[in-house]
Ligand binder design. Structure first.
Ligand code: PLP
Length: 376
């Protein structure tokens, strides 16, 4: 076995895929600060401030708001393992890859996933959800993905949650790609459990998953009949570490430098303001849309259901998907995303997330694509 003994020096890429997105240099500087102890009083203060900034980003007063020390998939798992017990019925709306992962999570918790299926590229049909809620009055929760990264579809989180609440269900929302990129209001929309990721519209490094649980969700967790099957993700235990006011009990060693980075990312979002950040994503999407359509590329998702931060376009007939992406990477240091699942080979997914949602990236991408498409 031959071991490479030189340090790894990554190239300077422009990341316009489904994530990770370009990281703001300010965040990389924060990441490189000296590591301090995770129970150091200064770090405990930083944890408290990070929680407050997350409450701001999620638009919630939920006390149980914190970053899980692992990527978005762990936030997803944290939500399901805490809220779903064997035998529970959870209605899962699926219109892409990540709704399918919710189904798997429910089933691995011993629950029954009742699926509301819509075509990939279309938004969840609220009427189908209502029919399903009527058929299953004993459902405990409704779960869906706010921003379906696999297709670039925005599901109407406000309306879906309002409907779920009308039928007495808990609401579980995947906000991995939505947080910081499009409107999201956890308290106003009555979201009971939500998870996100750091590497999309927060433009932070991958590896953390902000989560938030409502008081109703906490009561459900407290009344569980069975112990949470994951020790690491048991919110009762994690709260002893991340809880406010009380003495911190060691649970695990927080990824100290990653928390510096998340804190910096949230400071940047706070300084810009949520509405301004959402508007910037919308504006840059418009710019990209004009450029892509000028190149003859068609959007797959209907205008009103499109995410500004994830743009899915059809690959023109006769164009070699892999070759185009390879040339963009090798000749332009530009990453765009391939299609997933049933859309593999048929679409490209172009991300405009966080720090990367800027005019320079849009122009760069359009210029690179125009050169590569002519030659491919
Ligand atoms: N949910 C959605 C909508 C995502 O886009 C992703 C990642 O792309 C995840 C969950 C999983 O997040 P991670 O890859 O950080 O584990």
């Amino acid at each position: 076995m031959s071991i490479v003994t030189s340090s790894f020096i990554p190239p300077q890429r422009t990341l316009m895929g489904p994530g990770p997105s370009d990281v703001d240099p300010r965040i990389l500087t924060a990441l490189a600060q000296p590591t301090i102890g995770h129970l150091d009083p200064l770090f405990v203060d930083l944890m408290d401030n990070t929680k407050k900034l997350l409450q701001f980003a999620f638009q919630t007063n939920n006390a149980l708001t914190m970053p899980v020390s692992a990527p978005g998939s762990a936030g997803m798992e944290a939500v399901f393992v805490n809220l779903v017990e064997p035998g529970d019925k959870v209605i899962v709306c699926q219109n892409g890859v990540f709704g399918g992962r919710m189904q798997q999570n429910v089933e691995r918790c011993g629950g029954q996933a009742i699926m509301v299926q819509d075509d990939w590229g279309c938004a969840t049909d609220i009427h189908k959800l209502e029919e399903t809620l009527k058929k299953h009055p004993d459902a405990k929760a409704v779960a869906f993905v706010h921003a379906e990264t696999s297709t670039g579809v925005r599901n109407d989180a406000k309306a879906l949650c309002a409907l779920a609440k009308k039928y007495g269900c808990l609401t579980i929302v995947d906000a991995v790609t939505s947080l910081g990129g499009i409107e999201l209001a956890v308290d106003e929309w009555q979201i009971d459990a939500i998870y996100s990721g750091t590497q999309k519209c927060l433009s932070c490094v991958p590896g953390l998953s902000p989560v938030s649980f409502s008081q109703t969700a906490i009561e459900v967790i407290k009344k569980r009949q069975s112990a949470v099957q994951s020790w690491f993700l048991d919110m009762d235990l994690v709260m002893g570490y991340w809880g406010q006011g009380t003495k911190r009990a060691y649970h695990h060693t927080a990824p100290v430098n990653s928390i510096y980075a998340l804190h910096e990312a949230l400071l940047i979002l706070h300084a810009e303001g949520l509405q301004a950040a959402w508007q910037r994503h919308a504006d840059k999407h418009q710019l990209l849309k004009v450029g892509l359509e000028n190149l003859g590329l068609e959007f797959v998702v209907k205008q009103q259901d499109r995410l500004p931060q994830l743009n899915m376009v059809r690959i023109p007939d006769g164009v070699d998907d892999a070759l185009v992406r390879q040339r963009l990477l090798n000749e332009f240091n530009l990453e765009i995303g391939a299609g997933l699942g049933v859309l593999a080979g048929k679409v490209w997914r172009i991300g405009l997330m966080g720090y990367g949602a800027n005019t320079k990236n849009v122009d760069y991408c359009i210029n690179a694509l125009s050169q590569v498409l002519v030659k491919s």
